[in-house]
Design a protein around this ligand. Structure first.
Ligand code: GLU
Length: 493
């Protein structure tokens, strides 16, 4: 292919916005969102929002072995769910599109050719296995194409010989790059390989496309996982080879499952979607993930997404790997649940309540009100509600409870006394049930607990319930409560 003229480059360069912070999240569409990726997206978004800049979404589908159906939607949905809105992206457009790497494929070869002209890349005609083209794990010194005479290169190109384009790394000296988290990192150039930039099929390698895209999109801060740290000197040499400004690098340390291994979906660690499925709230996940390796300073832990953007500062990101702690996430989740508006919690809890409570006469919002202060994770809900639809076949030992001074005998007496009182109630609400029970306890000269314990056990057949006797009887309804109390009397008689 002949090289495009200067205009081609000028047009692309003229589109690059300047004078603003521009960050990008550049996921590969895998079909799920790793916790570590979500954290990268979050920090990237925070840096842009903190300074009133732009947050871009770029889909990096170049290296993908196979297309995962719906994978791009997973990215859109996750970011939207988490409140990470983007200003430019495949669906939104923008000044430096397209925003999907495979749709940009025509851009990379001309830039690689330009780099050859500038002396920082070369055509390599050697026969090498396809795998070597990507990994670059061979002796650079041995490459006979590095210094081919120009006429020979032209002859072979004209003859249609297959080639790759490789980066020409200086043989001598060192390369230093600066990372906002890791500081200055210096590596000897002899440790860097002449990586392939353009493959035999004319398509770019990931490492090359990434640099071209970040430059052409005007990215000021490159935020990504620290697995890319070791490639950064080569990126720097590419920027320098083109004479471009180098963006700020922010390499985030990995999110680990324990001291030894990274979180990995393959090893059963949860992705973002798994956590949602497990009953964690999006806002709690986002808040917790933000604090995985970033410390805002001070004691405060609870931040909304807007507050995170306001407080965010790259200097708070730790160099050490962060360990994902499910218990801590659960604590965040419970805190978020308690702080929800009751109606909001009722809406979130309803599907989980309905998994266990099918009886249409029972109002899920009434149950939600009992659960809100007692729920850590939404998926815990159904397991607590089994007794609503049907009284379990329980053991009368449940009536024996030291603290309320209950035993089977006293329980039978209490239930026999409570039954007619509850039967006679004209209005079935908390106040009437409560007042009737406390006056009955007074009349019987017993503590409230001695009466309430057997009533709750008879009504639910369950030792630990979300809520006390009064509320549970109210939700069960008068008729069902009386039926269960009679059943209790029978079991104890
Ligand atoms: N596509 C890369 C990934 O998903 C992103 C690397 C980068 O942000 O530069 O890991």
């Amino acid at each position: 292919m002949t090289e495009p003229n200067e205009k081609f480059f000028e047009e692309l360069e003229s589109r690059i916005p300047t004078g603003e912070v521009r960050t990008r999240f550049a996921p590969s569409p895998t079909g799920y969102m790793h916790v570590g990726n979500l954290r990268t997206a979050l920090y990237t978004w925070c840096i842009a929002r903190h300074s009133g800049g732009k947050f871009l979404l770029r889909i990096e589908d170049t290296d993908q072995a196979r297309l995962v159906e719906g994978a791009v939607d997973v990215i859109y949905n996750t970011l939207t769910d988490c409140g990470l809105d983007w200003d430019e992206g495949p669906d939104k457009g923008g000044p430096v599109g397209p925003y999907v790497q495979t749709e940009r494929r025509g851009l990379y070869l001309p830039y690689a050719q330009r780099l050859v002209r500038r002396g920082h890349a070369y055509y390599c005609f050697c026969e090498k296995a396809a795998s070597e083209e990507d990994s670059g794990d061979f002796e650079r010194e041995a490459d006979p194409c590095r210094d081919l005479p120009e006429a020979e290169v032209q002859r072979r190109l004209a003859a249609g010989d297959a080639y790759v384009i490789r980066q020409k790394i200086p043989q001598e000296g060192t390369t230093t790059f600066h990372d906002e988290i890791f500081g200055d990192v210096t590596v000897p150039n002899k440790d860097l390989d002449d990586q392939v930039l353009i493959k035999r099929d004319g398509l770019p390698t990931y490492n090359f496309a990434n640099v071209i895209d970040d430059h052409l999109m005007g990215i000021t801060h490159v935020v990504r996982g620290s697995e890319y740290l070791s490639s950064s000197p080569k990126y720097n040499l590419l920027y320098e080879g083109f004479g471009w400004d180098i963006p700020k690098y922010v390499h985030c340390p990995p999110v680990m499952r324990d001291a030894h291994s990274k979180m990995s979906k393959r090893h059963g660690d949860p992705s973002y979607e798994d956590l949602v499925e497990e009953g964690y709230l999006r806002a709690a996940i986002v808040n917790y993930v933000a604090l995985l390796g970033w410390a805002p300073g001070g004691e405060r832990e609870i931040y909304s997404i807007r507050e995170l953007a306001e407080a965010f500062d790259v200097s708070g990101i730790s160099k050490s790997p962060a360990i994902f702690d499910k218990e801590k996430l659960t604590y965040f989740n419970a805190t978020y649940i308690r702080a929800m508006e009751p109606a909001e919690f009722a809406a979130a809890a309803e599907p989980y309540i309905r998994q266990a409570v099918k009886n249409p006469a029972i109002d899920p919002a009434a149950i939600a009100a009992l659960l809100q202060q007692r729920t850590e994770v939404l998926t815990d809900i159904p397991g607590k509600l089994g007794f609503f639809d049907a009284l379990p076949d329980y053991d009368t030992e449940l009536y024996v409870h030291k603290k309320s001074k209950s035993d089977k005998e006293s329980s039978l007496t209490m239930l026999e006394a409570a039954l007619p009182v509850l039967e006679a109630l004209p209005v079935w609400d908390d106040e009437h049930i409560h007042d009737a029970m406390t006056s009955l306890a007074e009349k019987l000269e017993v503590k409230n607990a001695k009466l309430m314990w057997p009533v709750r056990i008879a009504a639910t057949g369950t030792a630990v319930t979300p809520g006390g006797a009064v509320e549970l009887c109210r939700i069960l309804g008068q008729e069902e409560t009386l039926r269960r109390l009679r059943d209790g009397i029978e079991r104890l008689s």
